[in-house]
Design a binder for this molecule. Structure first.
Ligand code: HEM
Length: 312
């Protein structure tokens, strides 16, 4: 257990921060204006600004972002937990953006564009997975020093993570339900629950490309979790019989399974890290804890892409 106590260097005076979530007004520049500025400064960086902010701070509201780290205990490890939790929320936001845009491109039959986007999405999942390297440095005793302060807060209440699960097709009315009382979050979750996932759009793309896909896979209650479908399996099997670079649907299948593989690794690392930190204690969110997390490690988003591996 860290017996030493944390020292929190003061970085920002929160009283001076504009807490609005709106983008702050700021001037734009051009190649020409940048050239002129660089000539005027003799090639040295700008260091004089008027007002009470600077353009770097304003572009991303950095002072606001860096005012939001306020651990609730004097347990040393809480700052690490707090920052990593926020970093992961941001990364899930970025991942969801890529997945949503890949979906838009698939709907337009722009498979090559979707492939470029999915390559980044996969890189992001791998990157997020590495967050467990840092989190698993938290010791059982270190975690105990701040765990009570979490109350019933739990990652399972992360609406950003739920968006990622839903866009990949792992729908759950029950887990969506947890956000019903949050008026600025619920409409987005409800919409995601009831909308086709990225994979539903990939399946529709297969149908548009002449594969015989069951009506049940093309028009269904989107809030239901995706269930393996024989016609989709047959379609992917046919596509995988031509595994060449020019076969865009084959490359799409590989891009999707790469994301599924790394999301599975993410879940696995969560489960193992949690096992290491809290053993078999119950979770803060009401679940049995590590046993519940172990259960979700077996989930696969795109079952047919896994099933066909056995058939080669
Ligand atoms: C390092 C300490 C951590 C521990 C001990 C831990 C423990 C747990 C446990 C026990 C659960 C099961 C639900 C429950 O709480 O009853 C859970 C779920 C979850 N946790 Fe963590 N967690 C940790 C860190 C994180 C972090 C930093 C995040 C990222 C924001 C996170 C995200 C999640 C998510 C998204 C779920 C739901 C999983 C799903 O729906 O499949 N956890 N966690």
């Amino acid at each position: 257990m860290p017996t030493y106590k944390p020292y929190f260097p003061q970085i920002v005076d929160p009283d001076g921060v504009d807490a609005s979530a709106a983008p702050r007004p700021m001037p734009t520049t051009t190649d020409m204006s940048r050239e002129k500025t660089s000539q005027a400064t003799g090639g040295e960086p700008l260091t004089e600004f008027s007002g009470t902010s600077n353009p770097y701070i304003d572009y991303q509201s950095i002072d606001l972002l860096l005012s939001l780290q306020h651990p609730r205990s004097d347990g040393y490890d809480e700052m690490c937990f707090f920052v990593m939790g926020q970093v992961k929320e941001l990364l899930f936001r970025g991942l969801h953006f890529e997945l949503a845009n890949a979906q838009v491109q698939l709907r337009k039959d722009e498979v090559e564009n979707a492939l470029v986007i999915l390559a980044r999405a996969k890189a992001m999942v791998e990157y997020i997975t590495r967050s467990w390297d840092v989190l698993s440095t938290i010791t059982p005793e270190g975690f105990n020093q701040f765990r009570d302060n979490l109350g019933t807060a739990s990652g399972q209440l992360s609406f950003m993570y739920r968006h990622v699960e839903f866009i990949l097709g792992n729908k759950s009315r029950k887990l969506a339900h947890a956000h019903r009382n949050v008026p600025h979050v619920w409409p987005g979750i409800e919409k995601a629950l009831n909308s086709p996932s990225l994979y539903d759009d990939a399946v529709a793309l297969l149908a548009r490309n002449g594969h015989a896909i069951d009506e049940r896979a093309l028009d269904r209650d989107w809030a239901e979790d995706y269930a393996e479908n024989d016609s989709v399996k047959t379609a992917w099997l046919g596509i995988y019989r031509q595994p060449d670079a020019g076969n865009l649907l084959y490359r799409l299948g590989e891009a999707l399974i790469g994301i599924d593989e790394h999301m599975s690794i993410y879940r696995w690392r969560h489960f193992i890290s949690v096992h290491r930190i809290i053993g078999y204690k119950p979770g803060t969110g009401g679940s049995a804890g590590v046993g519940w997390l172990e259960g979700v490690t077996s989930h696969r988003f795109f079952p047919e892409l896994w099933a066909i591996r056995t058939l080669f």
